[in-house]
Design a protein around this ligand. Structure first.
Ligand code: ADP
Length: 213
């Protein structure tokens, strides 16, 4: 069930209609000690969103339907942990050539990179690799550590954050992928353990699933 954020009065109206349907607006107004005109905006919202149905000369019914507009609430409630995908991770000394091969073999657009300690140290995107490949560099000899975007400049997301926050970071920072990380304290230093990814594809798939739900 999708959570619905109704005002307390709208929630009361829904409860009354559920209990007494069919019920006229006068009868609802009576039960709430309000005038019919005071109720009109709430009834308009509840019928427009499809929660209530108004039948002329009969009254209001509860439809039991969850309106599409409340998908937004669902997206805010969903956690990154529930939708994260498997990350593809390489190490800093992987050659640019091998990174490109990995990109094709795993059918992804972004590779996450770990340092010697096994924690996130950077990432390379398609264009990072293209840029170096179209120059005269020997891509067999150049490690990705040289061409990657490096920490602390990586935009990350944690499993507890919402899918909405992930989508917003992707849009604001104009990137295709975010590593999902668990922050680990090593001494006084924060390290980022890679536990997944959220990409534009993850969000697009979810979007389709939610509408078809
Ligand atoms: P592409 O470069 O293939 O268009 P992106 O738009 O994801 O893919 O990447 C644009 C640039 O931003 C690249 O230089 C890449 O290294 C960097 N980048 C990608 N994802 C992130 C991220 N999560 N945090 C910081 N920088 C990133």
């Amino acid at each position: 069930m999708i959570p619905i954020e109704l005002t307390p009065r709208q929630a009361m109206i829904v409860d009354i209609v559920k209990k007494y349907e069919p019920i006229t607006s006068e009868q609802i107004a009576d039960k709430l000690n309000l005038t019919r005109s005071a109720l009109r905006p709430d009834l308009a919202i509840l019928t427009m969103t499809g929660i209530l149905e108004a039948r002329p000369r009969v009254g209001y019914f509860f439809t039991g339907k969850v309106p599409q507009s409340f998908l937004a609430q669902k997206i805010k409630d969903l956690k990154v942990d529930q939708i994260k995908a498997l990350p593809v991770v390489i190490t800093e000394n992987t050659s640019v050539y091998d990174a490109i091969v990995t990109l094709f073999l795993t059918d992804v657009g972004t590779l996450f990179v770990t340092g010697d300690d096994g924690y996130l140290s950077g990432l390379v995107s398609r264009k990072d690799l293209l840029k170096i490949a179209i120059g005269n560099a020997d891509i067999h000899k150049i490690p990705v550590g040289i061409v990657m975007t490096r920490m602390p400049n990586i935009v990350t997301i944690t499993p507890e954050e919402s899918v909405y926050e992930a989508a917003k970071k992707i849009v604001v920072h104009q990137v295709d992928a975010l590593p999902v990380v668990k922050i680990v304290l090593e001494g006084k230093q924060e390290k980022f353990k890679i536990i997944g990814k959220v990409t534009k594809t993850t969000i697009t798939k979810l979007f389709v699933e939610l509408v078809e739900m």
